[in-house]
Write a protein that binds this ligand. Structure first.
Ligand code: XMP
Length: 518
C-alpha cells in the first residue's frame, strides 16, 4: 500500500475522481475518501495536504455535508474546490449565498496583481480559461482570508488564508477545460504541501508482485478473463507472481465482437504465455436471452448465467479445495463508487460483474488494481509487457453486444452487428482515429426504414455509429469525426452488410446520454 500524500474528501462532485487522477499524473499518490471519513482514519493516513471536493449541496441547507472539523487542527495545507470553498468560507465565518448569475461552463480567471507570485498560481497565466459549475457563491470572505482572483460573474474566484495555508477555489482545476488546472493542483501538492513525487508503475508492479506472492502462498487463484485490459493485466500480474497457481477462465458468452475470442486466446498464448481455459457457452446465453427486450433484464440474465458457467468450471478445478482466492479487476473508481457519498440509489445501470457469486465460491478476494485508474492500468500493462495494441483497445462492456442490440438478441442480429462494427473499427484504425477516441462501436437499432438501392425499394435495419471522447468514461463528449470519414463508414456498412440500409451518427454526450445505449 502506497503512502497517501494528498487526501481528497469527497462531497459528491461528479469531478472528484479527476482530482486524484490529475495529481497521480504528477507522481503524487492521492486517495479519495467520503467527506464523513472518521478523523482517526484521516489522521492515520498522515497526508501532507487535504483537498475538499465540490458537491451538489448548498452549505446553508440544514443537512449540508460537513467533514470532521478537526481536519483544521492537523495544521496541514487544505484546498477547497467549489463546495469545498463554500464550506471553508462558511466554517470560518464568511457568507455563502445563492448566486444571482449561476456559472456553468467556461469563464475567465483574472488573477489579482498581488496573487501572480502566490505559490498556488505559479506558472499560471494572469488571465486564463477556467471551468465553472456552481449556483452558490461566497459573498463575504472570512477574516484572515484574502482575495486572489475573480471572474466576470464571481467576485471571489480564489481566496486564501496564507498564514494557515488554506486555499479555496470556486472553479474546478481538476477539469481538463481549466487551462492551467493541472498546474494549480500540482503547485498545491508539490510547492505548498511538499508532497513526495514518487508514484510510478514500475514501483507499483514490483511491490504488487511481491505482495501477491506472499498473499497466495496457501492456495490457487481463480481469475475470470474477458479479453479486456483490466482482466488481462490482473491475469498477467498474477502469472508473473505465482505462475501455474493461477487458473484463468475465459467465458465466451457469444456476445463478443468479430474475431475477439481468437484474439484473446492468441494474446494469452503467444504474448503472455498464460495457459487460458476457454469455455464456449454461447448457446446457453443466447437461449436464455431469447424473447428478452428490457435492458436491465438482459443484464441480469447475462450476469447470472455468467456466474453459473464460471461456477461449474471452478468446481472442476477445486476437487480438493485448492482454490483459495478469486482475482478481480476492480478499479479505483469502483472502490470509490462503493463508498460514495451519493449512495447506491444512484445506480443508472447494473454493471455486470461477479459480485453475486454463490456461497461456496466466496473465496478470498484479490483485487490488485483497486488503487488504480484506467489509464494507470494501461501503464501497468505496459510495464508487464502486454502488447500496446491490446492495451489501447477500447473498453468493452461485460454484457457485450447484447446491450448494443436494441430489443431481443439473436444470432442473426449479432452477426449483422458484428459485421458493421468490424467495418467501423477497421476504418478508425486505417484513418488513424482509433486511439483518439475513448470508445467506438455500432448499435443495431432495430428500427426499419425505407430506402432505395439500385432500382429497388428496401425496408431494412438501421445501424447507429457511436464514438466518444472521454478520460474515464464517467463523462464523455461525442467525437467530432470528419464528415468525409463518417460518409466512408456509412457507405461501406450499407454496401457490405446485407440487411442495413441506413446509418446514423449519435451526437449525444454523457450526460445527458450514457455511452452505451442500454
Ligand atoms: P455507460 O453506458 O454507463 O458506460 O456510460 C460507461 C463505461 O462503462 C462501460 N460499461 C460496462 N462495463 N460492464 C462493464 O464491464 C458493464 O455492465 C458495463 N456497462 C457499461 C461502457 O462500455 C463504458 O465504457
Amino acid at each position: 500500500m502506497d503512502k497517501v500524500e494528498i487526501l481528497v474528501l469527497d462531497f459528491g462532485s461528479q469531478y472528484t475522481q479527476l482530482i486524484a487522477r490529475r495529481l497521480r499524473e504528477y507522481g503524487v499518490y492521492t486517495e479519495i475518501v467520503p467527506y464523513f471519513e472518521s478523523f482517526e482514519s484521516i489522521q492515520s493516513k498522515e497526508p501532507k495536504g487535504i483537498i475538499l471536493s465540490g458537491g451538489p449541496a448548498s452549505i446553508y441547507q440544514k443537512d449540508a455535508y460537513k467533514p470532521d472539523k478537526r481536519i483544521f487542527d492537523l495544521k496541514i495545507p487544505i484546498l477547497g474546490i467549489c463546495y469545498g470553498m463554500q464550506y471553508i468560507a462558511d466554517y470560518f465565518g464568511g457568507k455563502v449565498i445563492k448566486a444571482q448569475v449561476q456559472e456553468f461552463g467556461k469563464a475567465n480567471l483574472e488573477l489579482l496583481n498581488s496573487s501572480i507570485s502566490n505559490k498556488i498560481f505559479e506558472g499560471v497565466k494572469p488571465c486564463s480559461i477556467i471551468w465553472m459549475s456552481h449556483s452558490d457563491k461566497v459573498e463575504i470572505i472570512p477574516d484572515g482570508f484574502i482575495e486572489l482572483a475573480k471572474s466576470e460573474d464571481t467576485h471571489y474566484c480564489a481566496i486564501a488564508n496564507l498564514k494557515n495555508q488554506i486555499y479555496a477555489l470556486q472553479f474546478h482545476p481538476e477539469v481538463i477545460h481549466t487551462e492551467c488546472g493541472g498546474e494549480i493542483l500540482k503547485n498545491f501538492a508539490l510547492k505548498i504541501c511538499k508532497a513526495f513525487r514518487g508514484w510510478n508503475m514500475a514501483r507499483f508492479a514490483k511491490s504488487e508482485i511481491e505482495k501477491l506472492r506472499n498473499i497466495t502462498k496457501t492456495g490457487k487463484v481463480l481469475c475470470g478473463v474477458s479479453g479486456g485490459v483490466d482482466s488481462s493485466v490482473v491475469a498477467t500480474l498474477l502469472y508473473q507472481a505465482i505462475g501455474e497457481q493461477l487458473i484463468p477462465v475465459f467465458v465466451d458468452h457469444g456476445l463478443l465482437r468479430a474475431g475477439e475470442r481468437e484474439a484473446v486466446e492468441k494474446m494469452f498464448k503467444q504474448n503472455l504465455k498464460v495457459p487460458l481455459i476457454t469455455i464456449d457457452a454461447s448457446e446457453l446465453f443466447l437461449s436464455r436471452l431469447a424473447g428478452i427486450i428490457e435492458p436491465e433484464a438482459k443484464r441480469k440474465i447475462i450476469g447470472e448465467t455468467f456466474i453459473e458457467v464460471f461456477e461449474s468450471e471452478a468446481k472442476k478445478h477445486n476437487n480438493n479445495g485448492e482454490i483459495k482466492f478469486l482475482a478481480q479487476g476492480t478499479l479505483y473508481p469502483d472502490v470509490i463508487e462503493s463508498v460514495s457519498v451519493k449512495g447506491p440509489s444512484k445506480t443508472i445501470k447494473s454493471h455486470h460483474n461477479v459480485g453475486g457469486l454463490p456461497e461456496w465460491m466466496k473465496f478470498e478476494l484479490i483485487e490488485p488494481l483497486r488503487e488504480l485508474f484506467k489509464d494507470e492500468v494501461r501503464m501497468l500493462g505496459f510495464e508487464l509487457g502486454i502488447p500496446q495494441d491490446m492495451l489501447m483497445r477500447h473498453p468493452f462492456p461485460g454484457p457485450g453486444l447484447a446491450i448494443r442490440i436494441m430489443g431481443e438478441v439473436n444470432k442473426q442480429d449479432l452477426d449483422l452487428l458484428r459485421k458493421a462494427d468490424f467495418i467501423f473499427i477497421d476504418e478508425l484504425y486505417k484513418n488513424g482515429f482509433y486511439d483518439n477516441v475513448w470508445q467506438a462501436f455500432c448499435v443495431l437499432l432495430n428500427v426499419k426504414s425505407v430506402g432505395v438501392m439500385g432500382d429497388n425499394r428496401t425496408y431494412d435495419n438501421t445501424i447507429c455509429i457511436r464514438a466518444v471522447e472521454a478520460i474515464d468514461g464517467m463523462t464523455a463528449t461525442f467525437a467530432h469525426l470528419p464528415h468525409q470519414f463518417l460518409e466512408k463508414v456509412s457507405t461501406r456498412i450499407i454496401n457490405e452488410v446485407t440487411g442495413i440500409n441506413r446509418v446514423v451518427y449519435d451526437i449525444t454526450s454523457k450526460p445527458p446520454g450514457t455511452i452505451e445505449w442500454e
